[in-house]
Design a protein around this ligand. Structure first.
Ligand code: ZN
Length: 349
């Protein structure tokens, strides 16, 4: 499938942490025809395997989940309270639209806010704690909400449909990390007719946003020797962010992690990725330490240690419903991952 269409479908899919089944179904359609085996584990990781000339494993990882919400309480009038799944800034919530997923389908709703007509000026400048917010799904009672399948534990997301922007840019929710998922599929497609010297495992990980939970168990099962994590990371090149607090820049190419809160990239791996990028003339940049964290944090510490690198697409306003990326950067990430896989047997194994 064409990259932009694939990315659009993946971003529009519903998949907060722990509820990524729609995303997995889309990915499965793409990888099943080209993989030797596709397996899912108890937590919700899905791994596509491509058997090579040896049993030594190289892992490509991307996480399927997006930051989301979960209904915590339904009151007598049918208003819903919610908890957060993953790292949110509560200032984004008031007045936004949500989609909740029940056993029988999707339910739309609005996170209510008090209009300026009835608030005092000093109230308008304050952030409202999430616990004080409520979702309105247009019902009048707890029973009506229950008829729609809304109960404590119902998962949800903030709406943010995929929209193309000028140039090669786009706006959507969930680029973190559906951009990585799209890239991982494209990398797998590239080698569909090739017998690699090693076995390739492409893992689509669950629950990264809840503390790298999926990667913790998948890296044990897959037992890789080398891993590349494909991510979307924070670009800070917009008004209000000083340069020293901007982890990377949109449209400047794929971002390489030097160190973040979960991993210090081995200088051997970082040098390798930089040299492969230079040799292949792939635009790339170093991501400023120490912002963020990725599945690499768990993967590199699994078993007896895994040589791990992180490639990321810079995304503005990530962990929000209207993130912006440049597809040129995504293309750079795909090209570098492909070039690295070709070089790994010569340089790292
Ligand atoms: Zn991510």
């Amino acid at each position: 499938m064409e990259l932009k269409k694939l990315l659009k479908d993946l971003c529009n899919a519903f998949g907060p942490s722990g509820f990524e089944e729609d995303v997995r179904a889309l990915i499965r359609e793409q990888v099943e025809p080209i993989a030797d085996k596709v397996e899912e584990d108890a937590l919700g990781n899905m791994t596509a395997w491509k058997k090579g000339e040896s049993d030594r494993v190289v892992l490509i990882d991307a996480h399927t989940d997006e930051v989301g919400i979960m209904i915590s309480h339904v009151d007598d009038k049918g208003f819903l309270r919610f908890a957060t799944l993953g790292g949110w800034d509560a200032r984004q919530f008031p007045g936004t639209r949500v989609t909740l997923k029940t056993k029988s389908g999707f339910v739309p709703g609005a996170i209510g806010f008090t209009p300026p007509h009835i608030t005092k000026p000093e109230e308008r400048s304050k952030a409202i704690p999430t616990e004080n917010l409520a979702i309105d799904i247009g019902v009048k009672s707890k029973d009506e909400a229950a008829e729609l399948g809304i109960v404590p534990g119902t998962p949800g997301i903030l709406d943010g449909p995929f929209v193309s922007l000028p140039g090669n840019r786009a706006m959507a929710k969930a680029f973190d990390d559906r951009a990585g998922c799209a890239a991982a599929i494209k990398v797998m497609e590239e080698f569909s007719d090739t017998k690699l010297p090693f076995t390739l495992a492409v893992n689509f990980a669950t629950s990264e946003e809840l503390g790298l939970r999926g990667a913790k168990v998948s890296s044990y099962r897959i037992a890789p020797e080398i891993a590349l994590v494909l991510e979307t990371t924070t670009a800070g090149d917009f008004p209000g962010v000083p340069g020293h607090l901007s982890p990377c820049i949109m449209s400047d190419g794929v971002a390489l992690t030097v160190a973040d809160r979960t991993m210090l990239t081995s200088p051997k791996m970082l040098r390798f990725l930089q040299e492969v990028a230079q040799k292949n003339e792939i635009p790339h940049q170093l991501k400023q330490p120490l912002f963020g964290g990725t599945n690499a944090g768990e993967i590199h510490l699994s078993r007896s240690g895994v040589l791990t690198g992180v490639l990321a697409v810079p995304g503005r306003y990530i962990h929000g419903p209207s993130s912006v990326i440049d597809l040129h950067d995504l293309d750079c990430m795909i090209k570098l991952a492909i070039a690295a896989i070709k070089e790994i047997p010569k340089r790292l194994m």
